[in-house]
Design a protein around this ligand. Structure first.
Ligand code: ADP
Length: 189
């Protein structure tokens, strides 16, 4: 089972644990469009980071689709967290696959990576976006996440290190299985 792939001088690595403890330059939050906090990883990030994060989010003007439309990403400071930035992105709610969910999930990863590069982050950690309360099937989500990051790293050669931080051993096992064929490719490229 594969724990990492190397692309364009960068590495995509899997780990298991609590993303709020990550010492990467940025951590990505699976937020909702209000950016005012929520459950799951969003709640954990705001609890650990303290009120400075939501105070900064509140200053972002809300449009018709909230402060951050689905598939987009915005960066704020990280309050008390070890990371320097929190990149808030909004993954799609899974509605059966006919509502552009796959494209929107790939966009959430890509736009988060763009924010990380703009902030000159060398390392960024992602949770498994949309696979909790938003019910996106995990195998499909893992495949989209890995492909989106791999393609981004091949094109931009940054950030140097991308971590997928899976909360459960079951989720980690799914991501390991998905990464396996990509790891084979990365050896031969
Ligand atoms: P979404 O609404 O995008 O589905 P959730 O927060 O409900 O977001 O779930 C996304 C994933 O984040 C799930 O796999 C969940 O188990 C995981 N998760 C929850 N808390 C944490 C945490 N502290 N660190 C890393 N992952 C977490």
């Amino acid at each position: 089972m594969a724990r990492e792939i190397r692309v364009g001088g960068c590495v995509l690595r899997l780990s298991q644990g609590d993303i709020t403890a990550c010492r990467t330059d940025a951590i990505v939050n699976a937020a909702n469009s209000t950016l005012m906090g929520g459950g799951g990883v969003d709640g954990a990030i705001h609890r650990a980071g303290g009120p400075a994060i939501v105070e900064e989010c509140a200053k972002i003007p809300a449009g018709p689709h909230g402060r951050c439309p689905t598939g987009e990403a915005v960066a704020t400071g990280a309050g008390r967290l070890a990371a320097r930035f929190v990149i808030h992105t909004v993954g799609p709610v899974w509605r059966g696959g006919g509502k552009s969910e796959e494209e929107l999930l790939a966009s959430a990863y890509r736009n988060s990576l763009l924010r990380a590069v703009e902030k000159k982050c060398a390392s960024v950690a992602f949770p498994s976006i949309s696979t909790g309360a938003y019910r996106f099937p995990i195998e499909k989500a893992a495949r989209i996440a890995a492909a989106a990051v791999k393609d981004f790293l091949a094109e931009h050669r940054a950030p140097r290190e991308v971590l997928f931080v899976l909360f459960s051993a079951e989720d980690l096992a799914v991501y390991e299985r998905i990464l396996e064929p990509l790891a084979q490719d990365s050896l031969t490229e």
